[in-house]
Structure formats: structure tokens, C-alpha cells
Design a protein around this ligand. Structure first.
Ligand code: FES
Length: 57
């Protein structure tokens, strides 16, 4: 499912960078993938994916 429509980024892609690159917050995710850098509507959902992925480990 797409989390960030502006950049075409899915939940799975976010979970992967959290696991593989150690991305731990929105600032790092924005710098890495551009998530949240345009309309900003995805920020809360993206944060939830980060949190759920970290808790999952
Ligand atoms: Fe992510 Fe617009 S949906 S910046």
C-alpha cells in the first residue's frame, strides 16, 4: 500500500529502509527517500510504519 503518494513510496519500502539502513525517524526517512517532503500528508502514516517496524524487531 502506498504511504507517500507524492513520491510513490510504499509501506514495504519504508519498512525495508528502517531494517536495512537503520532509519529511525521521519527526518532520516525524508532525507533518505523524500517521504513527507512535498504535501506532508503522509508524515503520520510514515511515522507509524517506522514505529511498527522498530517494535517488530
Ligand atoms: Fe508524502 Fe505528499 S504524500 S509528501
Amino acid at each position: 500500500m502506498f504511504v507517500c503518494l507524492c513520491n510513490g513510496i510504499t509501506e514495504k519500502q519504508i519498512a525495508n529502509v528502517v531494517r536495512e539502513e537503520g532509519i529511525g525517524n521521519m527526518r532520516e526517512l525524508r532525507l533518505s527517500m523524500g517521504v513527507g517532503s512535498q504535501c506532508g500528508k503522509c508524515v503520520q502514516a510514515a511515522q507509524e510504519v517506522i514505529d511498527a517496524t522498530i517494535v517488530d524487531e
